[in-house]
Design a protein around this ligand. Structure first.
Ligand code: TPP
Ligand code: SF4
Length: 287
């Protein structure tokens, strides 16, 4: 039987006391224990940012990749060995600014990975600049007169781009977040879990108390139907994405199921060796 301790490392935490990312780490570890996934069957691909440190604190395969490149790396891993549970994780800057284009295409491809974005509406690691999810008027070190750009709305963007699983978590509700992560991992295809994860050092506006007051819990609304795409979009527009819970879910074939080369054994278990003379012939065709 797996225990939480199986997913812990001895690495000293680099996060500020009170950082929302602690809750995300705890929820992810809880979800993996509950799903009975042993550490050697799990890989986490983490981006650059405070949030990207999460991979150091969880005992499984960990790839700390170049800023904004979590999703291509995670998709490559999954396609090479689809027996792995692959989690991509990073910040709102990592995912929606420099990695924004990959975000759209990962959704479109529907590779079976789970993407956890720790959304603190600011750049934490680089000490408090505006991020793509920062609100209008937000005063930061890079916007001293208030942010004039309208924010990206990741949940609406994901649904509009064809996402098959979209959830919104809050890092101080570890129970709900662990449940959403579990559902995301169990979902066949790309699963986005955007988590409101306060940066207590640089963001004094979007605090724990602020989220507690504003977030509407969709999981507690008996009239909310997460399989209704139009209703999900309408709810996100109406609430300006101040929601938590399962937002939208649809069944669609995943990329691996559709692509003939991946239907058999995972690539890492297939024999790809080629006799040297055949390899030379192949090379000659391209000279
Ligand atoms: C190619 C590249 N551009 C810029 C940076 C600088 N940089 C490091 S982390 C980061 C943004 C961090 O914000 P976010 O992704 O929201 O993560 P957080 O630290 O808030 O968790 C930036 C711009 C970098 N490391 N690499
Ligand atoms: S700077 Fe912000 S995001 Fe980074 S560890 Fe500290 S509280 Fe967390």
């Amino acid at each position: 039987m797996l225990k939480l301790a199986d997913f812990k490392t001895n690495e000293k935490s680099w996060w500020c006391p009170g950082c929302g990312d602690f809750g995300v780490l705890a929820a992810l570890q809880r979800a993996l224990v509950d799903l009975g996934k042993p550490p050697h069957e799990v890989a986490i691909v983490a981006g650059i940012g405070c949030s990207g440190k999460i991979g150091n604190y969880i005992n499984c395969y960990n790839f700390h990749v170049v800023h904004g490149r979590t999703l291509p790396t995670a998709m490559g891993l999954k396609l090479a060995n689809r027996r792995l549970t692959v989690i991509a994780a990073g910040g709102d800057g990592d995912g929606y600014a420099i990695g924004g284009n990959h975000f759209l295409h990962a959704i479109r491809r529907n590779v079976d990975i789970t993407y956890i974005v720790m959304d603190n509406q600011i750049y934490g690691l680089t000490k408090g600049q505006v991020s793509p999810t920062s609100g209008v008027g937000f005063v930061t070190r890079s916007s001293p007169h208030g942010n004039i750009e309208r924010p990206v709305r990741p949940l609406q963007l994901a649904i509009a781009a064809g996402a098959t699983f979209v959830a919104s978590g809050f890092s101080s509700d570890i129970k709900q977040l662990a449940s959403l992560i579990k559902q995301g991992i169990e979902h066949k295809g790309f699963a986005l879990i955007n988590v409101y994860s306060p940066c207590v050092t640089f963001n004094k506006v979007n605090t724990y108390d602020w989220f507690k007051e504003t977030l509407i819990n969709l999981d507690e609304d008996p009239n909310y139907d997460p399989t209704d795409r139009a209703a999900a979009l309408a709810k996100l527009i109406e609430t300006d994405e101040q929601v938590r819970g399962l937002v939208y879910k649809a069944e669609q074939p995943s990329f691996e199921e559709l692509f003939p080369g991946f239907r058999e054994e995972p690539i890492v278990h297939q024999d790809w060796t080629m006799p040297p003379e055949e390899f030379e012939k192949l090379l000659a065709r391209y000279r």
